[in-house]
Design a protein around this ligand. Structure first.
Ligand code: BV8
Length: 243
């Protein structure tokens, strides 16, 4: 189905879900999850670094990686793909954005309140008592950094993200599942669809009768559940779908 017809589907939709992954932020210059392993971290597999075990073994290595990634995000801007998602929300009142990304580019593009299934670089918390911690003042990043101590209990502060082997926030996952179950059109944008349970979301939408449209320059595991595949990048394809 060409992009023109997808624009028509969008015009007739009652509830839209936009489900995004690392590819959504690629054209802003944010390294995708796997591309973020450069320099000090280039010898690590993301699945080994983004884990509670890695943080317990070497908090400075892991905290330094996230502070470097946060500085990278602060250095860039939302791309036309993020802006098109915010435009969809302005056109279709009942639009829910669900992201696997830990950056704040959807918010900075004007999206009202994306559901962050895997947390955020901007919400560090205590690794022991769980209390929210403030963001450290900007400084030199790129290497090991000792995590700050929690102001309440003194334990190390950790990034506010969901690591491999950790449960997703129950409220985020149930809100996302409920939105997918009730939508009539779901866009999956810039995700390889391999990380669960997040990757379940497009299947929930498909099972409840929604049309699933994938935006990705490459084939992914989600080809299997997509009714329409728009083979292109987020910043190229999405702006053409909204007037
Ligand atoms: C959990 C935060 C259980 C941290 C991340 C089945 C069911 C449940 C769990 C599992 C399961 N099978 C395996 C598991 C375990 C695991 C998992 O899924 N492993 C995978 C690798 C097989 N899942 C978990 O551990 C989850 N937790 O299940 O807990 C549990 C239950 C009870 C009690 C305790 C525990 C937690 C997973 C969350 C991990 N955290 N992020 C951080 O960011 O550092 S995941 C991280 O990787 C990202 O958030 C993202 O979700 C994922 C990367 O995926 P993508 O976003 O898709 O990015 P990727 O680079 O892969 O692909 C980019 C795509 O974009 C590509 O397709 C590319 O073609 C495209 N692209 C590129 N440029 C563009 C573009 N598209 C459009 N435009 C462009 N310009």
């Amino acid at each position: 189905m060409p992009e023109r017809d997808v624009a028509e589907l969008l015009r007739d939709a009652k509830r839209v879900v936009v489900f995004t992954g690392a590819g959504m932020s690629a054209e802003s210059g944010v390294p995708t999850f796997r591309d973020a392993l450069t320099g000090l971290w280039s010898r690590f597999d993301p699945k080994s670094l983004a884990t509670p075990e890695a943080f317990a073994a070497d908090p400075a290595l892991v905290w330094g990686w996230y502070e470097w990634r946060r500085a990278e995000v602060e250095r860039v801007r939302p791309n036309p793909g993020h802006e098109a998602v915010a435009a969809i929300e302005a056109h279709v009142a009942d639009t829910v954005v669900i992201t696997q990304n830990v950056d704040d580019l959807h918010e900075r593009a004007g999206s009202r309140g994306p559901i962050h299934l895997h947390g955020s670089l901007f919400s560090p918390r205590c690794s022991s008592c769980g209390k929210p911690a403030g963001l450290p003042a900007p400084g030199e990043v790129g290497g090991r950094m000792e995590p700050p101590a929690c102001a309440h209990c003194g334990a190390p502060v950790r990034p506010g993200v969901v690591w491999f082997g950790e449960q997703l926030p129950t409220s985020a996952l149930s809100a996302a599942t409920e939105a997918a179950f009730g939508c009539d059109l779901l866009f999956t944008v810039g995700t390889s669809g391999v990380v669960y349970p997040a990757a379940e979301i497009p299947y929930v939408a498909a099972r409840s009768g929604a049309v699933v449209v994938q935006v990705n320059p490459e084939a992914t595991a989600l080809d299997a559940v997509s009714d329409i595949n728009l083979r292109g990048t987020a910043a190229e394809v999405l702006p053409d779908l909204v007037d």
